[in-house]
Design a protein around this ligand. Structure first.
Ligand code: SAM
Length: 685
């Protein structure tokens, strides 16, 4: 086969992914047969179809034991009687494969790319779906990473839960289940679809199968959709995939993959979607509109006239959203919840079958389990390679940085040893609050107080000359020119928060310990459409003053950073150092080992993805003293400056002078989009 240069190239591409020629050849052979030697389809997108087919074959050979085999021709196979239920609930989106029930058959789907089904002389069928816009190599790589990151114990817990909950079919409140595959039943099996029944019995009103409804524009496949709500406030969208063509080799697709597939299709075919278009958002909007019209609309007839449309006992997708939590639909939240639920032993957990995750190549926890919450990464727009860095949840000293953390250094004024319980509940501010400026910076809800936040923001946004201090011998200038350093350009004196710590008498739940407890918000790393590289966004609404995360990296001396910069190629697209200079001016001459910075280039946390925004950023960086009163070293914590809505990008003002070539963060061409963007060069362009 390899005498053909196209074959050779295909094998070479697959070898680059670590897949041997022997494994690839049979897949390629079958693809060629199926596509009638149409190489373009196979070569497209860096052999995406081939890679998909390869992984599907692998998966199916694991999965499909017990599923009856077929020798029928592709696309005209026996009716499939597996039921597949997609649910969106307030806590995420999952796919449920229900127990076997009567099937009307299944559509072959209408993708632009042929959906590939192999039947090879009684061998298990495999199918190939085009599911997202990433290159094959990226998806393979990230799938690998995801599997590696998922502890085997967790996988086992999931499998166990799946088995034990196999017959549980109630929507929303029940544990969400992805049961193991079951052998098919015959098409005349009339076992009803339990979840459909449950919904039908609760249904207060639902809309008729209207030919004008979005789900009904393809009458040839009999697709339709219903919305129903219950008096308890659930809203459920049912997408009835009432197909005419069954597929024996149908396997439950991953819901995220389905969403991406649709997005991709719309994007490529119709170009009607903006880069932010998401089916998930569309479904969310639909539910919210339904709720709004149901509760606000003066036109009650809209509701009153609709009747229960009689739900198909067929392949049904359920998109169900509890009323109160409809706005919380979030990418990949399911997996995030699952970890905490599994570890806490809660039964109401979302269980992903790990093998169902094959298509979620961009889905994994970048923290490697280091944070209390999992943080996923998605790339939706192009083939940007995954960021290479080592996730650390706390700062680590690289080498020479003098961070003197010792109990002896913490004097009685620097801690509240006489306190107990929660310092915020005391009528007199404790010693730690006095260090913050006489008052606690936090409210009892764990947010930053309005006054404190305003003061920090105005200092950052409109600093006056008297807010700057000037070093006698500035470490920044010294590194540039040891013998004839230039005059210090000034360092902004910032307001510090002092948190209680180990020598304090209060307990860990004290309200004056926010930053040290770590990240609790639901966050996601994503590829920004504006060309800023990766960015960070919230997956939930964040009230003003919420602690998001701290900037974590290696603690370097200013000199070490300078040496790193000299040694680097200079071609790095992104840079990640932040100077810890909030207290530099208070000492005449700062020793090199005390002039510190944080560099998150090689080791860092999620904050390394937060992009810059001139002036109106939604995060503000605030220095926080925790372990040592010595303010050469402190934490940089990010708090929201206003209410931030779910899916909004999180940004902070790096404070860079775009004209200053010596700033540790190399001035980039700013794409912040702010009307007050300080990058004059870009503005002029
Ligand atoms: C701390 S990193 C932020 C994460 C980075 N976008 C990434 O992909 O890893 C800082 C780098 O992000 C890019 N960046 C941040 N904000 C930007 C903006 N407003 N416009 C353009 N590039 C930006 C610059 O390359 C900068 O050096």
């Amino acid at each position: 086969m390899a005498s053909n240069p196209r074959v050779f190239k295909a094998l070479e591409a697959m070898r680059a992914l670590g897949i041997s020629d022997e494994e690839v050849k049979p897949v390629l052979k079958r693809l060629l047969k199926l596509y009638d030697k149409n190489w373009e389809l196979i070569e497209e997108d860096n052999y995406r179809t081939l890679v998909d087919a390869y992984f599907e074959l692998k998966e199916n050979s694991k999965h499909d034991e017990g599923i009856e085999r077929s020798t029928k021709i592709p696309h005209l196979q026996e009716k499939n009687d597996e039921k597949n239920t997609l649910k969106i609930s307030g806590q995420g989106i999952i796919m449920e494969q229900s127990e076997p029930c009567l099937s009307e058959g299944r559509s072959a789907g209408s993708s632009e790319r042929p959906r590939t089904h192999f039947i090879d002389k009684g061998k298990d069928p495999i199918s190939s779906h085009v599911v997202d816009r990433k290159s094959a190599s990226e998806r393979s790589l990230s799938a690998h990473v995801w599997r590696k990151n998922m502890p085997s114990s967790q996988r086992n817990v999931q499998r166990e839960n799946m088995k034990s909950n196999h017959h549980n079919k109630m929507l929303i409140q029940e544990p969400i289940i992805i049961p193991p595959r079951v052998p098919k039943r015959s098409s005349n099996d009339s076992t009803p679809h339990h979840s459909v029944k449950a919904l039908a019995s609760q249904s207060q009103h639902s809309c008729d199968k209207d030919d004008n409804s979005p789900g009904n524009d393809d009458t040839s496949t009999g697709n339709n959709f219903d919305i129903a709500s219950s008096p308890s406030g659930e809203v459920k969208i049912l997408l009835n995939c009432d197909s005419t063509l069954g597929q024996l080799n149908f396997h439950t697709p991953n819901f995220d993959a389905v969403l991406r597939f649709v997005e991709d299709k719309y994007f490529r075919s119709y170009k009607i979607t903006g880069p932010q278009f998401s089916v998930r958002k569309l479904l969310k909007d639909l539910c919210e509109s339904y709720l709004k019209l149901g509760t606000d609309s003066p036109d009650r007839s809209v509701v009153a006239n609709s009747s229960n449309c009689g739900i198909n006992i067929s392949d049904t997708m359920h998109v169900s959203i509890p009323k109160k939590r409809a706005i919380e639909i979030q990418n990949f939240e399911t997996y995030s919840n699952q970890k905490s639920s599994a570890s806490s032993g809660h039964t109401n957990s979302y269980n992903f079958f790990p093998d169902e995750m094959n298509h979620l190549h961009s889905f994994h926890d970048i923290t490697k389990g280091a944070e209390k919450v999992e943080i996923s990464l998605v790339h939706e727009f192009c083939n940007e390679s995954l960021p290479k860095f080592n996730y650390i949840p706390h700062n680590l000293i690289y080498q020479n940085g003098n961070v003197n953390i010792s109990l002896a250094r913490i004097s009685d004024e620097d801690c509240c040893s006489g306190c107990s319980g929660d310092c915020l509940s005391s009528s007199i501010p404790c010693a730690c609050a006095r260090e913050t400026g006489g008052e606690f910076a936090y409210t009892t809800q764990g947010r930053l107080k309005g006054d404190f936040l305003s003061a920090c923001m105005s200092l950052k946004r409109e600093p006056q000359e008297h807010h700057f201090v000037y070093c006698q011998d500035c470490p920044l200038e010294r590194t540039q020119n040891e013998y004839m350093p230039e005059r210090c350009k000034g360092h902004l004196v910032k307001k510090f928060i002092k948190e209680c710590w180990r020598k304090c008498g209060c307990d860990m739940r004290c309200g004056n310990r926010i930053v040290q407890r770590g990240i609790t918000c639901k966050l996601q790393v994503f590829l920004t459409p504006e060309g800023k590289g990766w960015g960070l966004r919230t997956l939930e609404d964040l009230p003003k003053g919420t602690f998001v995360c701290e900037y974590v990296g290696e603690v370097l001396t200013n000199m070490e950073l300078y040496e790193r910069i000299l040694q680097s190629s200079g071609n790095e697209r992104h840079t990640y150092p932040v100077t810890l200079d909030a207290d530099w001016g208070s000492e005449g001459i700062l020793r090199d080992e005390e002039a510190l910075c944080l560099d998150a280039t090689f080791h860092g946390n999620v904050a390394r993805f937060i992009n810059h925004r001139c002036f109106d950023a939604n995060l503000v960086d605030i220095p926080v003293e925790v372990e040592t009163p010595d303010r050469h070293y402190y934490h940089i914590a990010f708090f929201t400056t206003s209410k931030v809505s779910a899916f909004q990008e999180l940004t902070w003002d790096y404070g860079i002078d775009f004209a200053d070539k010596n700033h540790p963060i190399k001035a980039f061409s700013c794409h912040c989009g702010s009307s007050s963007c300080r990058d004059m060069k870009r503005k002029r362009r």
